[in-house]
Design a protein around this ligand. Structure first.
Ligand code: SF4
Length: 943
């Protein structure tokens, strides 16, 4: 699969230099170059290259030595960067450069140039082709674009070893292969890419221009690629499949059942079988079941099987709601297909997400035609969608590995499906609209998988999204209250004002604003335009003062905030009155007036358009946009009136400032969601299963039933059952609770935690995770552990310090000698079986932050109702979280390890017993460091 010499010449790629650096860390401001490698390519073949190992001014971190194999002693006699920079630079002075994640290397090189050879000309970034950027365009279906992933995916015989020359060679080989792939792109995909490159003046854009010029003459075909997953799984009646309606649960899950036959390693589990039977019974009796399923029960099959078994007998629709994407994907891409394969019963399943996850075909097509209206940064972001948009069958951006909608939200919101820009039935792209298609499929499907957020948005929207359904399965049900609070709450951000104004009357955006669209469409209907032009002008006049006065208000909110605590990345401060929030700021009235004017003028426009329509004349295309934007304006106005009206009873209201955001925001959630659920969600259901590994507190379901409003349904309709884990916790876990550390409120606590953790890790070389409740404490322990453990070659991975959650989890699982320090998101949803995780250290009982406005308000409310908010709200919440954290350790039947809790309140407080009763093993109390080390050693020695 080589590109011929003549093609390379036509592409101006006769020669190029691939380069790579190894460094002492990731930050070019503080870390140093350790090695520089380069490889020269001529006419598609390597013609030379070189490398320089460099003596850094700082000691090489152990993690870098482990990664690269470069030790301090290897560099002792090597030149420093100042000695070699000039000679190395000449290899990079001319021609095309290729690098993987080029900005990383360029930043280090530029820093060295400025420091040691400022007279040298800087490397022009336009000469550099980044193979990550190119791979994201050409391989949107792979989840990451690391060099090793690409060499593996492309079958390239080069093994990136984190040494500069070898990796430069790998990057060059990947580049050559990507050029070959790009030559095979369809003309229409090339046109999309070139539209997004329009006006760019760099080697990557030139490469695509050359390919376009050559493309028609080459006759090369598109290389076959891995297509994305379908979001509909069908198991409809087929000629060669026996259809049976007399299947039982044990036909699927029992010994010698269908799953055992098809799934290697599947074993009939008693708790799974009995949970499935209990679920089926509850469904038969039109009841509600709260089912706590311990780790290893296999709860997803225990509810999927009874759900599918019901289908031939009932014309009902089942909605399955999860909190996390991980579970959603496991259900939809693993468990349901497996069931579809085994099941002799017909069913259809659809994965449905919130609207904003889907690409809007019309907006995308318009962007491509009018790409010049977008900034080049946005266009560059959207390149990752170019090929994917032609190949996807779902339009769900999550499947596009070339684009990260959360980090590239600016670009995504130009092209995603958005009610404000949707033309509905008048949309020329409606027949291929992804969102419309998936909604239609969801309405017909027997099983629809969604997330909690969509479930509650649908509840708030009067079931307009999901339509009718009578069976609901909620997995990860312990997260329901939080999800409902979020979905049913209100928020105000300054960007909402700007966003609305941009949608109404934008400049510098592809979606030129509804007023401009109206003006264009009504060019030929001068009378109608004249009838609305006064309102249009008034609306336009209102937008700027609206944004200005909103900006003033948000500045006032910020000025009234108490100084932020250093401990948290988000500062939240509860407010109890409108005065506390805004003071006596006249600009709140200005905002109200401008919003009122905007809504009124919109209403006038809409009425005129509707009248024109009812006169039988052609309906303007923007009519629906006007309607949607009127709705958005009303919603913003309603939220504004809520926050400025001050009727905060039954709500928790707070102002919030995130470190990375310029402006504060204000939020409110219902104080309680139980009544909302029992009034609006449960009455529409005939049957419902709520399941999770943690629904009970000290063996009772009462707390969770009350929080979720399940105590309000008829008593005989609700059953609660716990299905114990098939694991043998007594044999698999040693729970140690230390009593000898100072209490968590003691100033010496962080040091004591760091010290005992270091002691444990210096003796026990086992995968360890430490679960914190605050970033501040995590950082304090991290600093101390780094200085003590790094000399032992132990890698310390800190959340928020050493990269994203995914990245540090990945390193943790790969690196046997490592310890992971994590906070909130690591307490749940982390699945690390085997030796990678054998010790779990819990420094503190995971109480919610008491100053968090929602925690504070709900605890106060529990206090008013029960006389003890702490025992009746804070403790049960922390129990659920502790049980989730505990559950990280034992994931498989063969796992074995220890949970070490360092909070002496577990033993010495009146509430400690509730925590201990809620865990599946009895604790071993250790009153000294020595006894802890002895118990731990004894436990691992008997392994
Ligand atoms: S129907 Fe709406 S969401 Fe779908 S493609 Fe058209 S404008 Fe976009």
């Amino acid at each position: 699969m080589n590109v011929s010499r003549s093609t390379l010449s036509a592409l101006s790629l006769e020669s190029f230099t691939a380069l790579d650096l190894e460094t002492t860390g990731l930050d070019s401001r503080t870390d140093e170059i350790l090695e520089i490698g380069w490889v020269r390519w001529n006419h598609g073949k390597i013609s030379g290259g070189g490398e320089e190992l460099i003596r850094p001014a700082v000691s090489i971190p152990a993690a870098i030595t482990r990664l690269t194999g470069i030790r301090n002693e290897d560099c002792r006699d090597r030149p420093m960067i100042s000695d070699v920079l000039l000679s190395v630079w000449r290899h990079f002075e001319k021609g095309i450069l290729v690098a993987h994640n080029a900005s990383f290397d360029l930043n280090f090189l530029e820093k060295a140039r400025q420091q040691w050879q400022p007279d040298l000309p800087p490397i022009d970034a336009r000469r550099v082709i980044d193979t990550v950027e190119l791979a994201r365009i050409l391989y949107p279906w792979i989840t990451n674009h690391r060099l090793e992933t690409l060499t593996r995916h492309l079958d390239i015989q080069a093994d990136p070893v984190h040494r500069a020359r070898a990796d430069a060679e790998a990057a060059g080989s990947v580049f050559m292969r990507l050029v070959f792939e790009a030559m095979g792109l369809d003309g229409s995909v090339l046109d999309t890419i070139l539209a997004l490159f329009d006006g760019s003046d760099d080697e990557l854009s030139r490469l695509f221009k050359h390919i376009r010029a050559l493309r028609n003459g080459t006759g090369m075909k598109t290389v076959s690629r891995r297509k994305g997953p379908d979001n509909r799984i069908e198991n409809m009646a087929s000629g060669n499949k026996e259809i049976r309606s007399d299947c039982s649960i044990s036909d699927f899950l029992g010994p010698k059942g269908l799953l055992e036959k098809i799934l290697p390693g599947f074993e009939c589990r008693k708790p799974q079988l009995s949970m499935a039977e209990q679920t089926a019974r509850a469904f038969r009796q039109d009841g509600f079941l709260m089912a706590e399923a311990g780790t290893g029960v296999g709860k997803s099959m225990a509810y999927l099987v009874p759900a599918v078994l019901r289908m031939p007998h009932a014309q009902s629709k089942t909605i399955i709601s999860t909190q996390t994407k991980t579970l959603q994907n496991q259900l939809f891409y693993k468990d349901i297909p497996l069931l579809a394969e085994t099941s002799p019963l017909p069913f259809t399943a659809v994965l449905l997400k919130g609207r904003s996850n889907y690409l809007c075909q019309r907006r995308w097509e318009e962007i491509i035609v009018n790409a010049g209206n977008l900034s080049s940064a946005k266009r560059r972001q959207l390149l990752g969608l170019a090929l994917w948009s032609h190949e996807t069958r779902t339009g769900d951006v999550e499947e596009c590995g070339g684009f990260h909608e959360k980090n590239q939200w600016d670009g995504w919101r130009e092209v995603n499906s958005d009610g404000a820009f949707c033309r509905g039935h008048q949309c020329p792209a409606e027949s291929k609209c992804f969102y419309a298609r998936v909604r239609r499929a969801a309405r017909k499907a027997s099983l629809v998988v969604i997330n909690h957020s969509l479930l509650f948005s649908d509840m708030a929207a009067g079931n307009q999204i999901l339509g009718e359904f009578d069976t609901l399965i909620v997995d990860e049900a312990h997260q329901m209250e939080r999800a409902a609070s979020r979905a049913l709450g209100r928020s105000l951000h300054l960007w909402m004002f700007y966003d609305l104004c941009r949608k109404i009357d934008a400049s510098g955006s592809s979606s030129a604003g509804v007023l401009n669209s109206l003006q264009k469409e009504l060019k030929r209907r001068k009378e109608l335009w004249a009838a609305i032009s006064e309102s249009v002008s008034e609306l336009r006049r209102t937008l700027q003062p609206l944004c200005e006065s909103a900006e003033l208000c948000f500045r006032r909110i910020e000025a009234r905030m108490k100084p932020a605590s250093k401990e948290y990345a988000v500062e939240k401060q509860r407010v109890r009155s409108v005065d506390e929030l805004f003071g006596s700021d006249a600009s709140t009235t200005d905002v109200s007036i401008h919003l009122k004017t905007a809504a009124a003028e919109f209403q006038k426009i809409m009425t005129r358009l509707a009248m024109a329509d009812s006169n039988g004349e052609e309906k303007p295309e923007s009519f629906q946009q006007v309607e949607t934007l009127l709705f958005e304006t009303e919603l913003l106005k309603e939220n504004w009136e809520f926050f400025t009206g001050g009727l905060y009873d039954g709500h928790v209201v707070w102002r919030e400032k995130r470190k990375e955001e310029k402006s504060p925001s204000v939020h409110s959630v219902p104080l309680r969601v139980d009544r909302l659920m029992s009034d609006y969600l449960y009455p529409r259901l005939k049957r419902c299963l709520l399941t999770s590994a943690t629904l009970s507190v000290a063996g009772s379901f009462d707390y969770m039933a009350e929080r979720l409003g399940l105590n309000r349904i008829e008593k005989d309709r609700l059953t609660t059952r716990a299905f114990g884990s098939p694991f043998h916790y007594d044999e698999q876990v040693r729970l140690i609770v230390a009593s000898f550390l100072p209490g968590p409120r003691d100033a010496r606590f962080t040091d004591a935690v760091a010290e005992i953790t270091a002691d444990i890790l210096s003796v026990h070389d086992r995968g360890t995770m430490v679960l914190f409740t605050s970033h501040q404490m995590l950082r304090g322990v991290y600093r101390r552990l780094v200085s003590v453990l790094k000399p032992f070659g132990i890698q310390i991975l800190g959340q928020g310090i050493d990269g994203s959650r995914t990245r540090i989890l990945d390193s943790f699982q790969k690196e046997r000698r490592s310890v992971l320090l994590g906070t909130s998101s690591f307490w749940e949803g982390v699945d690390i079986p085997g030796e990678a995780l054998e010790m779990l250290i819990i420094p503190k009982i995971p109480f919610d932050v008491p100053t968090d406005p929602v925690v504070q308000a709900r605890s106060e409310e529990a206090h008013r109702e029960t006389g003890n908010g702490f025992m009746n709200y804070s403790v049960p919440e922390a129990v659920v979280r502790l049980r989730q954290g505990f559950g990280r350790l034992i994931r498989k039947a063969g796992d074995r390890g220890s949970v070490i809790c360092l909070d002496n309140r577990m033993l010495m407080s009146r509430y400690g017993a509730v925590f201990l009763e809620s865990l599946p093993v009895n604790p071993v109390r250790c009153d000294s460091r020595e006894s802890l080390m002895e118990v731990l050693a004894g436990w691992f020695e008997t392994a």
